[in-house]
Design a protein around this ligand. Structure first.
Ligand SMILES: [Zn+2]
Length: 284
C-alpha cells in the first residue's frame, strides 16, 4: 500500500475505530515497537498502562510496515517508547508516527547504551546493530528509560512505578547472574543466521559469527567459508531466528553433520526466553 493511500484509509476509518481507547479506560496509552519492550512497559506500568505493539509476533522489525488501525492507536497514545538503536521500522516510520500525534511524548530506550557499530563487521554501510535489548544489562537501562518516560507523563504514579521498576530490575539482575554462571568457559563462538546476538555476545565474552550479511542471504563462497570455519572450530549448531529464512543454515548444518536450533530474539516473556536461549547456546 502506498503511503498516500494509507493516510486516506486512516482518515476514512478514524471515526469507527474499536478497541479500548486510553481515555475511556483511564490508563496511559503507551506504544512500543517490539514485544520485549511491551513486557518492560507492563512490568513498570502495571495496571496503569495500556500497551500497543507496532511489530506483531512473527513479523520482522527490519521490514514491517504498520497497519492503519495501529496508526489510530498512535493518535491517542501518551507515550511512544522507541527502541532507538536504528531498527529499520523506526528509521522508516518514526517521523510519520510523531507527526500523527504531536502531544505524544517520545523516549529513546537505548539512551545510555553503547551501541555496536556495524562497521566492526567490516562493511562500509555504517549504522548500528539494532538488537540492543538482548543483553539483560541493556534491558535494565531500557527499563530505567521507560520508567523516566512514564513518570514524565504520569507523575502522580511515581511511587507505584518506582516499586514495580525496582522489582523488575532485580529480576533482570538475577537473570544476568544465572546466565553468567551457567555459560561454560569452553563456549567462545556462535554461528547464527541473523546477527541478533551481538549485545548478548559482547556482554558474555562470546563471538557472534553471522551467516547473513547486511540482510542478504550468503553467497556460495560465504557458505563454503563458514563450513570450513565450523569444521575447524568444531561447531555443530547453527542458530536461527523464527523470523528469517533458515534454508542457508540448513545447508551448512548438513555439511558439518550438525543441526539448526531455533532461538527467538523477539519473544515477549523476556526473562524466561533469554535464559532459554542461553541454555540453547550452552548445549553447543
Ligand atoms: Zn534483527
Amino acid at each position: 500500500m502506498t503511503k498516500r493511500l494509507l493516510l486516506i484509509v486512516l482518515i476514512l476509518s478514524a471515526g469507527c475505530t474499536s478497541g479500548p481507547q486510553p481515555e475511556a479506560t483511564g490508563r496511559i496509552g503507551v506504544i512500543v515497537s517490539i514485544l520485549p519492550q511491551a513486557e518492560f512497559v507492563e512490568k513498570v506500568g502495571g495496571d496503569r498502562v495500556i500497551v500497543t505493539v507496532m511489530i506483531p509476533p512473527g513479523a520482522s522489525p527490519h521490514s514491517y510496515e504498520p497497519a492503519p488501525d495501529q496508526l489510530i492507536q498512535v493518535s491517542t497514545a501518551s507515550l511512544y517508547c522507541a527502541v532507538g538503536s536504528g531498527i529499520e521500522f523506526e528509521l522508516g516510520w518514526m517521523d510519520r508516527i510523531i507527526s500523527m500525534n504531536r502531544d505524544m511524548a517520545v523516549i529513546d530506550c537505548s539512551k545510555g547504551i553503547e551501541l555496536i557499530s556495524r562497521d566492526h563487521d567490516g562493511d562500509d554501510h555504517g549504522g548500528t546493530n539494532p538488537h540492543v535489548w538482548l543483553s539483560p544489562r541493556n534491558a535494565a537501562i531500557m527499563v530505567e528509560n521507560i520508567f523516566q518516560g512514564l513518570v514524565a507523563v504520569d507523575p502522580d504514579s511515581v511511587d507505584y512505578y518506582t516499586e514495580n521498576k525496582e522489582r523488575y530490575l532485580q529480576e533482570l539482575e538475577t537473570l544476568d547472574h544465572r546466565i553468567r554462571e551457567a555459560l561454560p568457559a569452553s563456549l567462545t563462538k556462535l554461528i547464527v543466521y541473523h546477527p541478533s546476538w551481538g549485545y548478548f555476545c559482547r556482554e558474555y565474552g562470546l563471538e557472534e559469527i553471522p551467516i547473513e550479511k547486511e540482510g542478504k542471504d550468503p553467497t556460495p563462497q560465504d557458505i563454503a567459508r563458514l563450513i570450513d570455519l565450523a569444521r575447524k572450530e568444531h561447531i555443530t549448531v547453527i542458530f536461527v531466528s523464527p523470523q528469517v529464512n533458515r534454508q542457508p543454515a540448513e545447508v551448512i548444518a548438513r555439511e558439518i553433520g550438525g543441526k539448526v536450533v531455533l532461538v527467538d530474539p523477539l519473544e515477549k516473556n523476556y526473562v524466561e526466553n533469554l535464559f532459554k536461549v542461553a541454555q540453547a547456546f550452552m548445549e553447543v
